[in-house]
Ligand binder design. Structure first.
Ligand code: HEM
Ligand code: HEM
Length: 183
């Protein structure tokens, strides 16, 4: 077995790709639903998707964080220069912070604004923040600013992943792909 290829376990891989898929849908949904010119029904459907899938992401990201803290991945291969290890560590930490800040600020924005989150309302989970226009506005500002930070870090993340997978072909890509670890 090639030790470099082992990297992350199956659960960590599945969680990475589930969160990646959902976040890569949430970002365009967020901009589309707040933009101009959509039919009312389409906008409502996007809001429904964004709020409810976003709320589910709070739980999935919490699970991912717990899993990460209790199941550290195999160390990065020794051939990587120190600055690349540091850049990977910092950018991954930033992605984790934004994975928490994005859904939480969205939740606070909606609940403080007095709006429903249909799936949570259906299971009887009450709003956990007070109704406040000032709080809703602050959370909305944070949500919009953090979205830019997330997009910037993701651009870096995807560029690094593409470089490892297509140019260096150094086994980093195989640490996380395929979603189910073979062997
Ligand atoms: C198509 C999209 C994506 C690709 C190609 C990709 C690729 C990768 C690769 C190759 C790694 C392994 C790095 C290593 O060996 O340490 C990784 C790890 C990671 N990815 Fe992604 N990723 C994608 C989307 C995302 C998204 C949307 C997020 C979250 C916003 C994310 C967050 C992370 C984090 C936090 C790690 C580090 C995992 C850990 O050490 O716990 N990725 N990704
Ligand atoms: C990882 C999770 C999330 C991502 C990546 C995300 C992303 C985005 C983006 C890119 C926008 C457009 C930003 C802008 O208006 O400038 C947006 C807007 C919005 N998001 Fe999210 N979002 C997430 C979670 C949530 C959650 C959980 C909720 C509520 C339960 C939510 C509620 C909203 C609302 C209401 C808006 C409209 C902006 C406003 O009226 O203040 N989001 N989101």
């Amino acid at each position: 077995m090639d030790g470099r290829a082992r990297g992350y376990g199956t659960t960590a891989r599945l969680l990475h790709w589930l969160v990646a898929l959902l976040i890569l849908l949430m970002i365009p949904a967020g901009y589309l639903m707040t933009g101009e010119g959509l039919a009312r029904g389409t906008r409502d459907a996007l809001f429904l998707f964004h709020k409810n899938v976003g709320a589910a992401l709070i739980a999935v990201v919490a699970l991912r964080l717990v899993w990460r803290l209790t199941h550290p991945p195999a160390p990065l291969p020794a051939h990587l220069p120190a600055w690349q290890r540091r850049a990977a560590g910092l950018s991954h930490a930033g992605l984790y912070v934004l994975m928490v800040v994005m859904p939480l600020s969205g939740y606070v924005r909606v609940r403080a604004g007095g709006f429903p989150i249909e799936a949570l309302d259906r299971i009887g989970l009450p709003g956990l923040v007070p109704r406040s226009d000032a709080l809703a506005q602050a959370a909305s500002n944070l949500h919009a600013a953090a979205a830019w930070g997330l997009i910037a870090l993701l651009a870096l993340h995807l560029a690094a992943a593409a470089q490892h997978a297509l140019i260096h072909r150094d086994g980093i890509w195989q640490r996380i792909w395929p979603p189910i670890r073979r062997g």
